[in-house]
Design a binder for this molecule. Structure first.
Ligand code: ADP
Length: 478
């Protein structure tokens, strides 16, 4: 019989995505099925999501879930077993999943505590169709309280795992919310979920879960250091024995240049076809000829991503022949600075804002190099998409970027293993020098082709990582 795991998350591809978390939550069920695990994904029924399910069934109800009635609708969406927590008082909002134009929703702590409460109840008593998980796998702070409620409910036969996708988001709430969040005051201590006088949902998960994972081996090590742990490094040091770095994979059904319906298809053997995508992208953005590398960025426009450093480097980069196409979301200041550069040099620099999945595919296919100069990067997906699409990644040596890209230093080039450009200090000089290396490498056609081909051959799918998750789940019962 299949083993059962309940994944608890605030977003999941194909239902709703604001970042890499959704890609991973959406890819894990398929990847784990191979290893005999039946994973169902519990997430909020944001407006419109229930309609995407064919014949949903009510599999769980509650008359008072944090201030109103709630039900869970079970059904399949593109091959994934999804459980939508339908609680209109919490999720029927006009804005985004976390915020609207006036900022974060004030009741976010309750909104995601409710998700965790439902998860723990499902683990305690099962769904009406008899399904009951053996493992609850929570993601980020939005899932952080699930292990706490499991413990509060005295559920002893279900194990819990929490995955940290980004430690910058910690789910803090004032201590006055203890009651509203149905948390026991005894655990409001520095050994429990108290964090600088507040409640931290993420810390709660880190302290209470049976195992912790994060999305790359390097980030797992970084999290235990002051520069990256964001105040939680001590908690992670204390739990080092159960902390695992498991690299995210790429959903190769979606990200493969030879089958991608959004582009002119190509493969490592037909790399010259990539040129059509480059030409189309240049046309789409109204650029002129770009004699050097066409760099691309698909990203949230934030300082985490190091993109504040980019605008001032562009005069030199374009003067040396480079071009730039950006698809960005959020971050009005960085957007303005990039737009200013695009206005000065519209034949070499193009920028689009907003979220556009199909355009992101055309950009990865049409670019020569993808820039990911992050200050920290738990795993990062866009460098991996770049590798798969022969779009050479230029990355900072941090987190998953360090784990997935091999720098084109002379030794790696002569050994035939290099896949990109890795630079060590995310500051103005570091990025400037990396961009100069990019110009020079692009000129060296033979080496450039080698980088492209090596990247396209790299094993980036879920095979290895899903096996690691399955082994981890199984180990929780030993
Ligand atoms: P993070 O989760 O920190 O934002 P990741 O690299 O892990 O960063 O994942 C970002 C995901 O979101 C990738 O799949 C990337 O292609 C996608 N993405 C980011 N910005 C946009 C955008 N403006 N339009 C379309 N896709 C985007």
């Amino acid at each position: 019989m299949k083993r059962r795991v309940l994944s608890v998350a605030s977003e999941c591809v194909p239902l709703l995505k604001t970042g890499g978390l959704a890609d991973v939550v959406g890819a894990l069920p398929k990847a784990l099925a191979v290893h005999g695990w039946d994973m169902r994904v519990l997430m909020p029924a944001y407006p419109g999501l229930a309609e995407t399910m064919k014949r949903p069934k009510v599999v769980w109800t509650d008359t008072d879930l944090f201030g109103g009635p709630a039900q869970v609708l079970g059904g399949r969406v593109e091959g994934i077993d999804v459980l939508l927590l339908d609680a209109p008082h919490l999720y029927a909002r006009d804005g985004g999943p976390y915020s609207d134009d006036s900022g974060d929703y004030a009741d976010n702590p309750e909104r995601f505590a409710a998700l965790c409460w439902a998860a723990a109840e499902i683990a305690r008593a099962g769904l009406s169709d008899g399904w009951r998980p053996e493992v609850v796998h929570a993601h980020d702070w939005q899932g952080g309280l699930a292990p706490v409620y499991l413990r509060q409910a005295g559920v002893e036969d279900v194990r819990s795992v929490i995955t940290v996708h980004n430690i910058a988001f910690q789910g803090r709430a004032g201590a006055d919310k203890l009651d509203a969040l149905r948390l026991r005051p005894d655990d409001f201590t520095s050994e429990g979920f108290e964090f600088w006088g507040d409640i931290s949902a993420l810390k709660a998960g880190l302290v209470m879960a049976d195992a912790i994972t994060t999305v790359s081996p390097t980030y797992a090590n970084e999290l235990m250091r002051g520069e990256f742990g964001m105040g939680l490094e001590g908690v992670l040091q204390a739990r080092a024995g159960v902390l695992h770095g498991i690299l995210n994979g790429v959903d190769t059904d979606v990200w493969s240049p030879d089958t991608d319906p959004a582009i002119h298809p190509y493969s490592a053997r037909t790399l010259s076809e990539k040129r059509k995508n480059r030409a189309a992208l240049i046309k789409e953005f109204g650029l002129g000829p770009v004699p050097g590398p066409l760099a691309v960025v698909v990203s949230r426009l934030t300082t985490q991503k190091g993109l504040d450093l980019l605008p001032d480097r562009l005069a030199e980069f374009t003067w040396r022949g480079g071009g730039l196409v950006v698809l960005g979301s959020g971050g009005p200041e960085i957007e303005m600075a990039l737009r200013h550069q695009a206005d000065l040099n519209p034949r070499r620099i193009g920028i689009r804002t907003g979220y556009d999945e199909a355009l992101s595919h055309r950009i990865f296919a049409g670019g020569d190099a993808v820039l990911v100069p992050s200050r920290f990067e738990p795993c990062g997906l866009t460098q991996m998409y770049g590798l798969r699409y022969g779009t050479v990644p230029l990355v900072a040596a941090t987190g998953g970027l360090a784990d997935t890209v091999i720098d084109a230093n002379p030794a790696a080039v002569s050994a035939g293993v290099a896949t990109g450009i890795v630079f060590h200090t995310t500051d103005a000089l570091g990025l400037e020098q990396a961009l100069r290396r990019l110009i020079a490498l692009y000129d060296d056609t033979k080496t450039w082709r080698q980088l492209q081909r090596n990247g396209m051959k790299a094993e980036l799918d879920w095979t290895r990582s899903s096996a690691a998750y399955a082994t981890l789940y199984e180990g929780l019962f030993e």
